[in-house]
Design a protein around this ligand. Structure first.
Ligand SMILES: [Mn+2]
Length: 254
């Protein structure tokens, strides 16, 4: 899906579940308050945690029940996610949100940012064990296949509209210098970078914004395009990525 707006905040991997309720409520309040300064807030996957509590439920009913529990605990989060202010991209820990049609959940977004394109997805398809196909199981094969097919068609439609507009896809995006100085703290993002290199061949956007690894970093792909991994939107050190008109920076909310 292609969307266009001026100023957005991208957050991922908060893993809001039924534990740490007080902390979660504070984080949700912060996000909602901060959203007043943005056109859009993009939840880039795993903002909800549906795996960590109770027994893992493979049935659609069981997983849906878990999300309903979370929304019962944080009704303001549900209202926010339902609003036009929020774009919801699913991750592996909140994939079941695809069943909550009122939230208009997506597997990826192509964001038109000035004269450039930014491709945003959670990034869990990097590994087989966390890919959407595995989460769905074999029963969901045809669903996944048709989603895959429609996303291919979506990319095709995007390409057509690309021809009408005059994007310069080889133009680099200026990122805040601070983003390039971020060091890896734990294991590296090598696998993710390989995955995005492959994605870049198909998608051909100016920039990729990915979550999932919980490690914030900024990289150039082999053809010089930007890859930004948003890191974890934690409780005590809440960070998101701010996309302002032609400027990108990390937003640190204290
Ligand atoms: Mn994830």
């Amino acid at each position: 899906m292609r969307i266009s707006f001026e100023k957005s905040l991208i957050v991922s991997d908060a893993h809001i579940g039924i534990d740490n309720i007080g902390q979660n409520r504070r984080l949700i309040k912060r996000i909602i308050k901060e959203s007043e300064n943005f056109d859009k807030v993009i939840f880039n996957g795993d903002m909800l945690e549906t795996w960590r509590f109770e027994n893992f439920e493979w049935t659609s009913e069981g997983r849906t029940k878990k999300v309903k529990k979370i929304f019962d605990l944080y009704p303001d989060l549900y209202e926010f996610m339902k609003s036009d202010k929020c774009e919801v991209i699913v991750g592996n820990h909140d994939y079941v949100l695809t069943e909550f049609k009122e939230l208009d959940p997506k597997k990826h977004i192509v964001l038109q940012w000035g004269n450039k394109e930014v491709y945003i997805e959670h990034g869990n398809n990097v590994a087989k064990e966390t890919s959407f196909e595995t989460i769905e199981g074999s029963e969901g094969f045809f669903v996944i296949f048709s989603v895959w097919l429609s996303s291919l068609l979506g990319v095709f439609v995007d390409k057509l509209s690309f021809l009408k507009k005059t994007f310069n896809k080889n133009e680099k995006i200026d990122v805040d210098k601070a983003l390039n100085k971020i060091e890896y703290m734990f294991n590296d993002n090598t696998k993710m970078i390989d995955y995005i290199e492959e994605l870049n061949k198909r998608v051909n956007s100016n920039m990729y914004i990915i979550g999932h690894t919980h490690q914030r970093t900024s990289k150039y792909l082999s053809d010089g395009r930007n890859l930004l991994i948003t890191g974890k939107c934690t409780q005590s050190d809440f960070k998101g990525i701010e996309l302002d008109t032609m400027k990108m920076s990390i937003k640190n909310f204290k």
